[in-house]
Design a binder for this molecule. Sequence first.
Ligand code: PLP
Length: 220
Amino acid sequence: MPINKEAYLSLKNDLDAKHVTLVAVSKTKPVEDIRELYDLGHRDFGENYAQEMLAKSALLPPDIRWHFIGHLQSNKVKLIAPFVQLIQSVDSLKLLEEIDKQAAKAGRIIDCLLQAYIAEEETKFGMDEKELEQAFSSINKLRNVKILGLMGMASLTADIEQVRKEFRHLKVLFEKHAKLQIPNSQLLTLSMGMSGDYRLAMEEGSTMVRIGSLIFGERN
Ligand SMILES: *Cc1c(COP(=O)(O)O)cnc(C)c1O
C-alpha cells in the first residue's frame, strides 16, 4: 500500500509550525514505504522490534535517525546499540544499565527517554514514579547513556478527558524532573501522542509525536 503523502505533508507542516518533532512509525511496513517518505525528506523513523530495525537499517541510507519505541528485551540491545538514535522506551533501570553497557562496547553514548507509565490500562509498559526516581538517582553511575526526556502512552479510549488527564500527568512528571538538573540528563523531549491522540498530546505540551497509521495506513 502506498503511503498517504497528503496526510504526511499536511501533518509535517502543522508540526513544524509548532516545533514538534515527527517520528514516523514504520513498524511492520516495508522498506519501500520508508524509502518513499525518505525521498520526501523525512529522516526520523520509529520501530518496535530490534531485529526488524536492524534489518531495515541495513537496506536504507545511513542518515536515517532510528528511534526505538517498543518494549526492548535486554538481550536485544546489542543489535541496535551501534546505530540507534534514541531509545524512547526505557522501562526499567535494568534495561538502562544494559544499554549503558552495550553503548560502551559500541564506543558511543546512547540518548534515551524513560517511558513513564501513565495509562490506567494494565497492558502498557513503563516506570511508575518510584521507578523513575530510582532510574534518575542511578544515572550518575552510567557513563554511556544520556536521558533526554520522557515518553508515555495514554489509554486507548474514546474518553478524551481521561487521555488528557494522562498526558497532563506525564507533563507534570517531565517538568518536575527537568527542574532537578540530574547528571547525564537534559530533559528536553516529551514524547507523547500517536495517530489517534496527537492533537490532544500537543495541546498538553508534547514536543515529539510518534505517528504510524496516519502516514503508512493501518497495520495488519
Ligand atoms: C505503534 C506505535 C505508535 C504509532 O501508532 P499509530 O496509532 O499507528 O500512530 C506510537 N508509539 C508506539 C509506542 C507504538 O508502539
